[in-house]
Design a protein around this ligand. Structure first.
Ligand SMILES: *[C@@H]1O[C@H](CO)[C@@H](O)[C@H](O)[C@H]1NC(C)=O
Length: 131
């Protein structure tokens, strides 16, 4: 059972696509914002089969000590053949030990001209205040 799962995973990996880019705070690619130590970044590619259907994680990557914005990420995932690209999106979430949190404030679709290597910059905002 485990071996079968592993083979499936490896098969997915070999035919996966790569999405990479930078996570920007407030859309700024020029100014650097330092983060407290121990901040964690998770970037995910998700899909919903229908507009309001359940969310499936297609791929994700995690960085355990992000020191500043902008920061780079890269992940590999397998685009599902049965889900239109319109229903696939990229998201980023940063959480810090001091309670600071950063999330993308808008839905970020996977670009339609999705090739083997796709660059997607993700804009995040500070949501510490729970807004
Ligand atoms: C980002 O934008 C928010 C809301 O406008 C602002 O309070 C914050 O200071 C900005 N942060 C940086 C580093 O520009």
């Amino acid at each position: 059972m485990f071996r079968a799962l592993l083979i499936v995973c490896l098969a997915h990996f070999t035919i996966g696509e790569t999405i990479s880019g930078r996570v920007l705070l407030n859309g700024s690619s020029s100014s650097t914002t330092r983060l407290p130590s121990g901040c964690q970044l998770i970037v995910k590619v998700t899909s919903t089969a229908m507009a309001d259907g359940p969310v499936t994680v297609l791929g994700s990557t995690q960085y355990s000590n992000v020191v500043s914005f902008p920061t780079s990420y890269s992940l590999t995932y397998t685009p599902p053949v049965d889900v239109p690209i319109d229903f696939q999106a990229v998201s980023a979430h940063v959480t810090c030990p001091n309670g600071a949190r950063y999330l993308n404030d808008h839905r970020i679709p996977v670009p339609k001209e999705n090739g083997v290597d796709t660059v997607v910059n993700i804009n995040v905002i500070d949501i510490r205040g729970g807004k």
